[in-house]
Design a binder for this molecule. Sequence first.
Ligand code: PXL
Length: 289
Amino acid sequence: MKNPIPRLAAIHDLSGLGKVSLMVVIPILSTMGVQVTPLVTAVLSSNTEYADFKMLDLTEQMTMFFEHWKNEGIKLDAIYSGFLGSDKQIDIVKELIDFYKHEELLVVVDPVLGDDGKPYAPMSLKLIEEMKKLICKANLITPNTTEVCLLLDEPYNSQPNIEQVKEWALRLSEQGPENVVITGVHNEQNPHLTGVIAYTRSNSKFWRVSCTYIPASYPGTGDIFTSVVTGSLLQGDSLPIAIDRAVQFTSQAIRSTFGRDRNIKEGVLIEKVLDGLKSPIFGSNYEII
Ligand code: PXL
């Protein structure tokens, strides 16, 4: 029998302080009418931006939990992975995808590897190599420009031109994902804008959604963005509408936080804007490029 509400397995960590991963994935997707079934990769006292964070790794337990799901015979409509701590965890995600694979399964991989041209501290070369394999199994990936360069073995370029970004999206899509969404792309014509560029292979179209650049880099905004894209696709929206909603929501969340005297590490105040996800998009401004 079909799930009465789409069911999504969310493979992310649970971090106490600083809103990232499951602390944004669950509220966003629940608000958008998706039931989240978490497969927790690790429990942390805070996100890794805080010095001296404490962490309990759950790699061993993940296999046991997945075995339990198999025995319960649950059906999944989507699988969504984010920040993964080791190549072993990537193997478990690949197994989960293979086990639950069906025609309509939506597989979203946010290949969290780095930012600002550098891999995050815990990312080993082996993990980057394994991530290259995991993205082949996804329908949708959402790398930032640093992650694109790591996945394609390209030198990092903080200001790639639009033709370069389109070529990257095409090359990534050739490896498997039907939809590639590249985030944090600067705008050549207007330095006050930033945005995302997306490619859908089925109709060979490129899309761009722009928003005002705000000079603050909050942890968790990538998780917020990909969660909204995923929820929107599960509601039946097209990719350009899904990325438009996600850019608007993430931008609203950043704006509601930016004006306050708050520690950046804490992430954004999504509770202030969450209700906005209950209504359909107001004005849409995606472009075909
Ligand atoms: O994807 C963001 C993220 C997820 N999980 C942990 C993090 C961060 C970003 O800082 O530290 C543990």
